[in-house]
Design a protein around this ligand. Sequence first.
Ligand code: AKG
Ligand code: FE2
Length: 511
Amino acid sequence: EVFTSLSDLQKVLLTEKDIALEIKSHIEMEEERLKRLKKVAEDYERHSQEALSDIEKHLGNPVNAYLLVKRFTIDWERIVDGLVKANSTDLIARLHNRGSEFPVQEDFEGAATALLRLQDTYNLPTAQIAKGELQGVKNSPEMTAEDCFELGRTAYNAGDYYHCILWMEEALNTLDTEVNKTADRALTIDYLAYSLYRQGNIRHAYLLTQDLLKIDPNHPRAVNNLRYYEKLLETADQEKKRGEEEDLPEIQNQRLLDDYRKGQEFKQYEALCRGEDIIPDPNKHKLKCRYTHNNRPNLLLRPLKEEEAFLDPRILFYHNMLSDFEIETIKRLAAPKLKRATVQNVYTGQLEPAFYRISKSAWLKEDEDAVIKRVNQRIKDVTQLDMTMAEDLQVANYGIGGHYEPHFDFARKQEETAFDYIHGNRIATWLNYMSDVTAGGATVFIPIGVKVFPKKGSAVFWHNLYRSGEGDFRTRHAACPVLVGQKWVSNKWIHERGNELVRTCGLSPYE
Ligand SMILES: O=C(O)CCC(=O)C(=O)O
Ligand SMILES: [Fe+2]
């Protein structure tokens, strides 16, 4: 699955370069082959001309007879095998034999789904995406009618008629402007009409199907569909007991959402990702920033700039956490180990990939490199928490539209399997941003309306648990889909055990 991380897609670009070389060398070979094949044709032509000019004399010579037969047997096989058969099967095998860097259908569907997700989350008009404009950033070519069509078809195959309508309409608009048409108008209308019907626009489906029949009068499905839509319209008209033609209603096209996505939280999550202020922070004027060193030798020499992002729960932002060198080292160590991120199944305790978390991640141990040790030490110095039970440093790279939907970092009571008693629950999260993200990719805390935008070298820190060990539900957070650019993060999950005397209980469970 190369679509789940941009790091892997980078390899695909190199593959593309190799492929160009392979094809070019193949063409050279083929040109050579055709040259020799042409010589064979000329030789046959010349030979037959000579022989035909005096057939009897020619065939009267047994050597000639022998040679003629040989031309059609022994020589012939050599010619067919060596010169007539093209070697494209070899080429195909060689091109495909490149292992995991070769994107496959699943990757295409992943990339298509990601584009549609970005369209929804960031409220992007279809025409703008087709023009390659993403929130004012333009660095892709315009999509052809066929590019739009294939996106619509992927949506269709997933039963997503909402996006199918948007993209088939875009395909038709683009077709109108194309000199060299890249898509089939009839087929596009076919998909569009049916999707319109599925979204409850029978009259529109009916009219479009009529258009389709003008292009292709014998289209078998269109003939049947037209009759079917006609019937539906008749019944609808009878029910309304209205004889008169009414105006064409506006197209209805509702986004397809499951129950969770229809709910309040998901709406708020998407609004936060777009940078909207969903809950004004009443304590905004009280937020402070300072240099922090905690009297630690390393930090005294290099204090961190600490900024409060929210007071309760306390969310802290650190401006100068990692150096470029440290970031490059962490990325370099993690790149070969990146694997599709998994989440723990609440019921089985098993780790499995999930559509709501699309990124690749790797774990780095402290002894792998001095940089890891140094970064871990810095986190310890700043948070003053005990790290004995902390998890290894996790590195994540988000792919096209990569995201992590709202979740808690701590395990809830019903997920007893998630964390053992030796380590305890995840008391706190330290999250390093290891790249700037051109657009999108914020970390958002939904219940409190906080959004943190990644900045290379900076970090955020928060406690997931109250001092009592109760989970703090206000820390529910998410990683918004990356709209433009790359997103690399690394994080350290710190656990309860060892911190009993560092972060002691208060008087109430919720402080
Ligand atoms: O990448 C982010 O912004 C947040 C990641 C996160 O919440 C997690 O990995 O648990
Ligand atoms: Fe998280």
